[in-house]
Design a protein. Structure first.
Length: 415
């Protein structure tokens, strides 16, 4: 029995023993033969429970002080160090026939990732920690040329490197829970209904109430991207190209994850927050009272939000056209770009035009299955004709929420 179960049983026995003595004292008599036998049985059981409790408490204390599995990383510090030193460029070069590149680390790390995850896959397995490196200062860029080739140079200025325009990546910033290194399908138990408390009269039993449990499930889903690099880049690029390649892949994959978390349709893709909510849980149009109503809707449902995610156009209207007071007096409902009604706000172009989500973002869970697959195709016709190689990246992940009540949204605030 668990410690709490033991203590609950002992408390019930104590109440029963007290009732036997109280009945005899009220009648000014000694315990009857049956009552005395029952009292002695209760005493023996309580003594046994006290011994069991001492053992259970001892084991629980030992378990608390035992060395646990690290929340991040694999628990193997040497392997985690090798993963962080993994080179995406060398991993791609290792799959191109005829290129002589020192890629021993990348091949061995990939094989170990396959072994630990128990999954197959094409190409080379890349650890997700490759995107957790510290961003270095760029020192070079070059004249216009072939893709990747303009980063191969003798006199480079990569502080002038121009990245493509990207939607802001916000979900992780808001505090989503990240699970990595998953194996197989994952079920996360949730407490759906708590026990209830009630007032009772003296010597009256407390009404029983049961806990109800639900679960949030994560199932491997796949998202991919195709891009192209020059052979020369894989052979001759400066060390800074490694950071550029990592940043590009990280942004591509993160953008796909953010889009799915916000409005994923379900099916082969994850189901996003707006899809899960199904209908608007706020009220239109955008104004101070309706913003507060969205917060109240969550609190009434029993959750406490931590921040907002909105579209850039929603932010613009809130800061330039929407006053706090209905008569147009007072300030705008957003005095600054990063807060609304006392809660932090982030914006992204991935949100629908007039949408805003208020939520407890730690209840949004993003799970990653250990690595993503990088497959190089040097024979794709268009790339081959230019002497380039095509690269395909596949990421396996899923997104779920612990409690849909942790989010409230409105998609028509600009209507």
């Amino acid at each position: 029995m668990k410690v709490n179960d033991i203590r609950e049983r002992r408390a019930l026995l104590t109440v029963e023993a007290r009732a036997l003595l109280t009945a005899a004292e009220t009648a000014s008599r000694a315990l009857s033969t049956d009552e005395a036998a029952r009292f002695d049985a209760i005493k023996a059981e309580i003594t046994g429970l006290e011994t069991s409790e001492a053992r259970a408490v001892y084991l629980a204390d030992i378990e608390r002080r035992a060395t646990g599995q690290p929340v991040t990383g694999s628990g193997d510090k040497h392997f985690d160090t090798e993963c962080r030193a993994f080179s995406l460029v060398k991993a791609m070069a290792s799959q191109v026939p005829g290129l002589t590149v020192d890629c021993g680390r990348e091949v061995e790390v990939s094989a170990e990732l396959r072994k630990r995850s128990g999954r197959g896959g094409e190409g080379i397995a890349v650890p997700m920690s490759v995107f957790e490196v510290e961003r270095r200062v760029m020192t070079s860029t070059a004249p216009v040329g072939a893709p990747g080739g303009n980063l191969i140079a003798t006199d480079l200025r990569s502080d002038l490197y121009f990245d493509r325009l990207r939607a802001a990546l916000r979900i992780k910033q808001l505090g989503a829970t990240i699970l990595s290194g998953l194996v197989g399908n994952v079920d996360i138990p949730n407490l759906k209904t708590s026990a209830t408390a009630g007032w009772v009269a003296e010597n009256t039993p407390i009404p029983a109430s049961d806990l109800a449990f639900a679960k949030a499930s994560l199932t491997p889903r796949h998202v991919g991207a195709l891009t192209e690099f020059s052979r020369n880049m894989l052979l001759q690029s400066t060390p800074d190209i490694e950071e550029l390649v990592r940043a590009d892949f990280a942004a591509i994959l993160a953008e796909a994850v953010d889009q799915a978390a916000i409005n994923g349709p379900g099916g082969i893709a994850p189901t996003g927050i707006l899809t899960l909510l199904g209908v608007n849980t706020g009220t239109t149009p955008l104004n101070w009272n309706n913003a507060l109503a969205l917060i109240a809707n969550m609190e009434i449902a029993g959750s406490a939000g931590t921040g907002w995610l909105a579209s850039p156009r929603t932010v613009q209207v809130a800061r330039t056209k929407t006053k706090i007071d209905a008569d147009g007096s007072g300030g705008f409902i957003m005095d600054g770009p990063n807060s609304l009604a006392g809660y932090p706000l982030l914006s992204t172009a991935l949100m629908p035009l007039g949408a805003a989500i208020f939520g407890k973002w730690s209840d949004l869970i993003i799970g990653y299955w250990s690595s993503f697959d990088l497959l190089v195709n040097p024979y794709e016709s268009v790339a081959y004709s230019k002497g380039n190689v095509q690269v395909r990246a596949m990421l396996t992940c899923d997104i779920t929420v612990r409690h849909i009540e942790s989010f409230a949204a409105e998609v028509g605030w600009l209507t």
